[in-house]
Design a binder for this molecule. Structure first.
Ligand code: URA
Length: 244
């Protein structure tokens, strides 16, 4: 890995602002490989070095990953000036400016939203080429029908002249409460698919994204870091071997 400035590395790890990091360095509180570094512009390879701040070791991580149970009323975009961004739900210690949501959820949609700082993983998880399954729990104004199941499965449905990939509609005992699995992520896709069938979505919640299901113990509005095996499963789902 290339060498990076100390203030950049520590900023990335959430130690503080540039100004705060410069102050810590000047105070002699930062050590790299056991040697105190007072110059915040010092360059080194963070993946090979041991970093300590005020006596505490930091584990270098190139990227960060969270899952959030999105409640209704928040916007997925971190830049939208017309709503409260989902990142406002994160605790202070996880606030950072480079979070990217993995795919969009509408303001009124709830459920599993992944956030990462890893651009390549984000790109692949949201690109139709990788056909990553997104599973939704859907409540409908009118019962879904076996014909809906067949039309969605056939991949013949078109939105604005473009054909959608086959999707799996699962009808349970109540056909107004169904599950739909799609493998692309067009704008308002689930709502528009049912609208194209003359129906209306009254409630929408994403319950799984690729290999990860929304955990039953993650309440609406709460977030947690992804476990290392969950990150590995996401990488595997899009052909990215970790460490390669
Ligand atoms: N499809 C929709 O219509 N809305 C969402 O938020 C996600 C998928």
């Amino acid at each position: 890995m290339a060498k990076e400035r100390l203030d950049r590395v520590l900023g990335h790890l959430g130690v503080g602002t540039r100004k705060e990091i410069h102050k810590l360095a000047r105070a002699g509180l930062i050590a790299v490989d056991g040697v105190v570094v007072t110059d915040a512009a010092f360059k080194f390879d963070p993946s090979l070095s041991r970093i300590e701040v005020a006596g505490e070791s930091l584990v270098y991580q190139p990227f960060f990953y969270l899952m959030l149970n999105k409640p209704a009323g928040y916007v997925t975009s971190t830049k939208d000036p017309h709503g409260i961004p989902v990142t406002a739900l994160l605790p202070e210690e996880w606030q950072r400016s480079d979070w990217m949501p993995v795919g969009r959820l509408d303001k009124d949609t709830e459920g599993l939203l992944l956030l990462t700082t890893d651009g390549e993983l984000l790109h692949r998880l949201t690109h139709p080429r990788w056909k990553v399954a997104k599973r939704y729990y859907v409540e409908l104004a009118a019962p879904a029908t076996p014909e809906d199941v067949a039309v969605f499965a056939a991949g013949t449905l078109e939105l604005e002249g473009e054909r959608l990939q086959p999707a799996e509609l699962h009808l349970g005992s109540n056909p107004r409460q169904v599950e739909l699995v799609i493998r692309e992520g067009r704008f308002h896709q689930v709502k528009r698919m049912f609208a194209a069938r003359g129906n209306q979505v009254t409630y929408l919640k994403r319950i799984a994204f690729g290999p990860l299901a929304l955990p039953g113990d993650l309440p609406p509005g709460a977030a947690r870091k992804l476990l290392s095996e969950e990150i590995g499963a996401l990488y595997d789902a899009v052909g990215l071997g970790r460490g390669e």
